[in-house]
Write a protein that binds this ligand. Sequence first.
Ligand SMILES: Nc1ncnc2c1ncn2[C@@H]1O[C@H](COP(=O)(O)OP(=O)(O)OP(=O)(O)O)[C@@H](O)[C@H]1O
Length: 246
Amino acid sequence: MSLQQVRFAFPGWGPTVDGVDLEVEQGAFHCLVGRSGCGKTTLLKLAAGLLVPDSGRVVFHGRTHDAIGPGIGFVFQSPNLLEWHRVIDNVLLPVSLHHRPTEAERAQALQLLDQLGLAAHAQKYPRQLSGGQQSRVALARALILQPALLLLDEPFAALDAITREELQRDLLQMCRDRRTSVLFVTHDIAEAVYLADRVDVIDAGRIAQEISIALPARTGATRYSAAFVQYCAQVRAALHLEAVDA
Ligand SMILES: Nc1ncnc2c1ncn2[C@@H]1O[C@H](COP(=O)(O)OP(=O)(O)OP(=O)(O)O)[C@@H](O)[C@H]1O
């Protein structure tokens, strides 16, 4: 997926996205980091085709696209589950919009839930789940059609630190296994450095800096490594945040 010289302004306002070039290669994991209001969500909606650029192009699989199709999964900050559907049927929702799910598709949904530690909860309703479990269901729903590209807008922002770390680990694993390309918006510098191959620092609707992250396979120890701390410092500097002395 690539954004080429994308510009966008809300009617009556100055540019929110101001000439962005961004390329997400297959299997790559990119994080967009920036201050509140810098245009991250708008950029993600442009990438999804939920907004249309005033100029420039969004290209997905070689074509300019104009709507979220089966090749793209989207996860919002809140899980947005359908309260009157069981967990399994929430996961199968993107399938149900096209046809009645087959047994094979139900098995696939159950497998996804199993990978996310939710096999025992498939028949429950969303209100019977914790916030972290609901986020996992939203992730499973976004993955059910095996999208080539996953767009996530601060999906773990409302979660406690422990649940968040577990979900970050599971998300990385699932995207790596499927070679899913990811564009992930977050305010959290450590989250971005842990997840990303590349962090794009956004400022006033532009990419202010691109930072490639070359960490070995992420494990629990990664967050305490010198290289990890160094990358966080680099992102902080790009955001003009006060330096943290080692
Ligand atoms: N519908 C709208 N009409 C006018 N301006 C809007 C609209 N939606 C967003 N904006 C403005 O566009 C700018 C960028 O918003 P956006 O939601 O993309 O920022 P963000 O970086 O995702 O912020 P946050 O981190 O707080 O979620 C903000 O100044 C916001 O006020």
